[in-house]
Design a protein. Structure first.
Lengths: 245, 86
């Protein structure tokens, strides 16, 4: 498959994602510049972490107006896959492609850690190879990762099963002590209602090799591969729909 | 046409957690300003406008706020437009 990775001025995890696609997954990796207007036929476009436009005004507020975002919007509207990690998640929220917003961590401190996230939904392309309740160890590194929305939006997301990842302790309990940034309902990642756009604050691209950071992040990338190839290798398997929490 | 100045104040929405405001409030209490019941930290944006009739200015600036300067999910904004002082 073809992965596209957008570089905005200030992105800094773009090369890590390209490396995962090419070296770890053995797929095609297509670097995209924020001024490009064409996604060059990629199957999944990734908005990487970093500090696009220096996080000026609000994280992601200026990046959402980069020329490539029109193509990303059209790709998403056509059912194409879009994955945003960290700053990419912030950009997707600012662009209105994902619900809510990401604000300063409740502690006011930048957090750099490895956290446990629980898979809440296996019926997205990005968690297709996971089971509900699976615990993943993923790195985080952010100052503005506190996901917020109004109560009605949160309730609607929960009801629609759009909360995909939640911060938990190692026993899988979504307790306050396991919440690194103060996100509502311990939310670490959400998807859109069509489930083809996912954003999360943790960095799956930094957890793809046993030697450094573990391999749990690889499960998201492998899920996308499996989901896209699900009709190809015989025995078509539809995403498993499971009840929410 | 005289220049105009738009003053935009962006504040965290009621009900949205404002950790900066909370930290500032605590600091003020520590300094003995116990009367401070609530603090919300926002942003101030000043815009100098040209070639725009005063009657149109407020609507234009409000549109700027809605598109870029504020995020309606988490922020409210106030707009004030006045003639630029010579």
């Amino acid at each position: 498959m073809r992965w596209g990775v957008v570089t905005f001025p200030g992105s800094n995890d773009d090369r890590d994602v390209l490396r995962v696609a090419e070296r770890v997954l053995g797929d095609e990796a297509v670097p995209l510049w924020h001024k490009d207007t064409d996604l060059r036929g990629v199957d999944c476009v990734v908005l990487p972490g970093g500090f696009a436009y220096g996080d000026y005004l609000r994280c992601g507020a200026l990046a959402r107006f980069s020329p490539i975002m029109e193509a990303v919007r059209a790709h998403a509207a056509a059912g194409g896959l879009v994955l945003g990690t960290c700053n990419g998640f912030q950009i997707l929220c600012e662009a209105g492609l994902l619900p809510g917003a990401l604000v300063r961590n409740r502690s006011l401190r930048f957090v750099c850690d490895v956290v446990t996230v629980r898979v809440e939904r296996a019926d997205t392309p990005f968690t297709y190879g996971c089971r509900v309740g699976d615990l993943l160890a993923l790195p985080i590194k952010h100052g503005e990762g506190c996901w917020v929305a109004d109560e009605a939006t949160l309730a609607a997301l929960e009801a629609a099963g759009q909360v995909v990842f939640r911060y938990t302790d190692r026993a899988g309990r979504a307790v306050a002590e396991a919440n690194p940034n103060g996100s509502m309902a311990n939310i670490a990642g959400v998807c859109n209602s069509e489930r083809n756009v996912l954003g999360l604050m943790p960095h799956p691209e930094h957890a793809v090799e046993r030697l450094v950071g573990g391999e749990d992040g690889l499960r998201l990338f492998r899920s996308v591969q499996a989901w896209l190839g699900r009709g190809a290798a015989g025995g078509r398997r539809e995403p498993t729909v499971v009840p929410g929490p | 046409m005289a220049g105009l100045v738009a003053r935009v104040v962006v504040t965290p929405k009621r009900g949205i957690l404002d950790p900066q405001g909370k930290a500032v409030q605590q600091a003020l209490h520590t300094l003995g300003f116990g009367e401070v019941a609530d603090v919300r930290v926002g942003k101030y944006v000043e815009l100098r406008l040209r070639d725009l009739a005063p009657a149109e200015a407020e609507a234009r600036v409000r549109a700027m706020c809605e598109r870029l300067l504020a995020n309606g999910v988490i922020e409210d904004f106030r707009v004030d437009v006045a003639a630029e002082r010579a």
